[in-house]
Every structure is written in C-alpha cells, then in structure tokens.
Design a protein around this ligand. Structure first.
Ligand code: PGA
Length: 262
C-alpha cells in the first residue's frame, strides 16, 4: 500500500486543469472506462473537457463512463438529477451516445444495483475514477458509517448533505432523502482514483480522510487502503494537512507533498 500522492495547486482552476490533463491522458488508453462524479468541484473539469473535445484535442467516443450516484424519487429530466447534470455538463455537448454512459438507477432496487455493477465488470472495470469529497467525508453518497466493503445500493442522505445540496434544487423543493450510490467497495475496485478537493469547507474532511485513522466514520479514509490515489487540492483545502514539501514546480505552483514525520 502506498500513501495517496497529494498535489497542492495554487487555485481551484488549476486543480480542475490538472484533473482534466490526467483524464485526457487516461482517455488515450485503448478502451478507457471512466468513473465520473457530480457536484460543484468537477464543473470546471467538465468545462475543460468540453473545450478540448470542441477543439479536436480530445475524444471520448471510445470511452465508457459510469457515474457514482443518483437521487431517488426525482421525476425523469428533473434539473437537479445527476443524469440532467451529466447531460448538461458533458455528455450532451460532446455528443456521447446514451449507450456509452451509465448512472445508477436512483429508483432501482437491489436487482438494478447488481446490474449496474455487472455493467462495470462487463466493461472491464473502472480504470480511472474521479471523486469529490463531502464536508462530512463522504465519497459518492456513502455517508459516515458506510461499510468500506459496501456495494451499489440505496442509502439515506444526512441532513447536512441535503442542506448543502439544496442549492442545486429549485427554491421551495425538497431535496430527496434517499439516493443510490456506488459502494465504497465498488469505488475501491477502480484501478486509479483522482480525488479533488477545493476550498476551506473541505479542509477538515480532507485531513481526516488522508491523515486520520481509517474508519467508517470518515468514508473517504477508505482511500488509504488503495494503492493508486492522487489527491488534487488547492491551498485552502490543504490547510489542515500536516505535510512536508517533497517537490515544488515554480511554473505551476505545484507542490508535491509527503506526510510529515512526527
Ligand atoms: P461538491 O460535492 O463538489 O459540490 O463540493 C462533493 C461531494 O459532495 O462529494
């Protein structure tokens, strides 16, 4: 097991650019299976990917994509659904056909969850998984307490998550209480993981995930069990990490960090 590689960049914009670079390099592999995330953090990554596709520098035509999660109980086409988000931010503008991308069925039961997992396996497994992190340390919608070997299933969202995500919903609508998410066990099967975190609000969760004990109380701490995790964060999200600078690239303001020795 090797510790996650932590890269601290000067701004959220650079975090997104770096993530887009890694995803673009991954997409040059023969049959890329890409795991994608929703939320505010990846928005700038999708903008960069769209721009690269529009200028002919990048193609996702040969890729298969799987998303982490979807709300339960939203009518088809609801603007706050993650399907709508992905159509709007990436799949629509780049013209990726519907049979090349998958989200868990937010209203499906165990059989639909199993077939989502079977589709990942049939595609060859996820090669690169993009992740955000919640203020409570969640990955996907695996909230604190989720088992580290959990699989795709329906989960109940915490009040904190529902309140945070309320800004994505039209005023006076209720954020769903349930969602279907890839499990932590499912996520850990990705061959490589790219975790993005930006802003002060993520600092505590990031430090707990990377440098606290591996615990079900902090779902993202399960990433310490994975051998190929890269963390891309800005200074604000990195502020509670106790690290030493291992390298510094003055051109990109990129700091490579290693955990400090007490
Ligand atoms: P955010 O969400 O990118 O909108 O902060 C991340 C998450 O909740 O996983």
């Amino acid at each position: 097991m090797s510790a996650p590689r932590i890269e601290v960049l000067a701004s959220a914009r650079e975090v997104a650019g770096r993530a887009a670079d890694r995803i673009s390099a991954f997409l040059a592999s023969p049959a890329p299976v890409l795991g994608l995330a929703t939320g505010r953090t990846p928005l700038a990554v999708y903008t960069a990917l769209r721009d690269r596709v529009a200028t002919g520098q990048l193609s996702l035509a040969h890729a298969i994509c799987f998303n982490l999660d979807e709300y339960s109980g939203l009518p088809g086409g609801h603007p706050a659904s993650f399907e709508s988000y992905m159509r709007r931010e990436l799949f629509g503008p780049i013209g990726l056909p519907d049979d090349r991308w998958h989200l868990p069925d937010g209203d499906g039961g165990p059989a639909e969850a199993r077939s989502f997992e079977a589709a990942i396996v049939a595609a060859g497994g996820i090669g690169l998984q993009l992740l955000g992190i919640g203020r409570n340390g969640h990955i996907g919608f695996n909230e604190p307490g989720a088992a580290h070997d959990s699989r795709t299933r329906q989960v109940r969202l915490t009040e904190q998550t529902r309140q945070t995500n309320a800004q994505d919903f039209p005023a006076n609508t209720v954020v769903p209480e349930y969602a279907v998410t890839m499990g932590i066990g499912t996520i850990l099967e990705a061959r490589e993981i790219l975790l993005m975190a930006t802003g002060t609000a993520k600092a505590e969760a990031l430090a707990a995930a990377l440098q606290g004990p591996v615990s079900e109380a902090v779902p993202a701490s399960a990433l310490q069990r994975h051998s190929r995790v890269t963390v891309l964060c800005d200074f604000a999200a990195a502020q509670l990490l106790s690290c030493q600078v291992a390298s510094c690239d003055p051109k990109t303001a990129l700091l490579g960090l290693v955990p400090s020795v007490e």
